[in-house]
Design a protein around this ligand. Structure first.
Ligand code: ADP
Length: 242
């Protein structure tokens, strides 16, 4: 299998407090990796380093076989890393219609008008939002905004889709629906997905592989059944202690 993201001995501190500690991880093309761990364990920091918004103090990050950050230096800027990102707070532009929000990334890339229209129309059909093309984010429900944010990240056809707790503000039913939508789109587009959450059920529904993080380190990596087993054993141990 082809490795698309390589994390080698990466460390990151904020004000001398280590947040990521000598972490190493290989992610294969087309995988859905879920980073699971409690709040504050460093999940967002890891994702932001892959995106290129912040850089490791030590270690190396490579994407598609190319070093993008090495020992405190940024080598490839975020806009050239071919990653798309969806955040918890979505960050849709409130003054732009959903169509404009999605089209924006393509305009930045200087893609022809005809191609922009084709891609934007197609993605609106995929997220079943064609009726809401001209609506502003403030006129859409939480779930609809979520779909627009997802489409905005995917329309530029990123090689890697980074998602930071994108469903955590939504109720359970809607989360189920959107998880199915995310899975469908990811499979159709064969994008590699790295998804951060503290929610076990979300991790188990979405992942092909789960990375359990604790205090800036990887505690365990495995397929869903292995991680379920580990967490179950841990619960039994916790009960024995208490
Ligand atoms: P998670 O996503 O797992 O909740 P984060 O990566 O957001 O964890 O944060 C890890 C730790 O780093 C937390 O203790 C957080 O307070 C701290 N932290 C995150 N961003 C900054 C920052 N910009 N400056 C200082 N500390 C930060």
């Amino acid at each position: 299998m082809e490795i698309i993201v390589k994390i080698e001995n990466v460390s990151k501190s904020y004000n001398k407090t280590p947040v990521i500690r000598e972490m190493s991880l290989d992610i294969e093309k087309g995988e859905r990796v879920v980073i699971l761990g409690p709040s504050g364990c460093g999940k967002t920091t890891l994702l932001r380093m892959i995106a290129g918004f912040i850089h490791p103090d030590k270690g190396r990050l490579s994407i598609n076989g190319k070093s993008v950050a090495d020992n405190g230096k940024c080598i490839i800027e975020p806009e050239s890393r071919q990653v798309g990102m969806v955040f918890q707070d979505l960050a849709l532009w409130p003054h732009m219609t959903s169509y404009k929000n999605i089209e924006f990334g393509l305009k930045m890339k200087k893609i022809s008008k005809a191609e922009i229209k084709k891609r934007t129309d197609t993605i609106f059909e995929k997220i079943q939002m064609t009726r809401f093309k001209n609506a502003y984010p403030g006129e859409l429900s939480g779930g609809q905004q979520q779909r627009v944010a997802l489409a905005r990240a995917l329309v530029t056809r990123p090689k890697i889709l980074l998602m930071d707790e994108p469903l955590s503000s939504l109720d359970t039913d809607l989360r189920q629906v959107l998880m199915r939508g995310i899975l469908r789109l990811q499979e159709e587009l064969a994008t590699t997905m790295i998804y951060v959450t503290h929610d076990r059920e979300e991790a188990f529904s979405l992942a092909t592989r789960v990375v359990v993080m604790e205090f800036g380190k990887i505690k365990k990596i495995g397929i869903v059944s292995e991680i379920k087993e580990l967490l179950l054993e841990q619960q039994i141990d916790d009960k024995k202690v208490s």
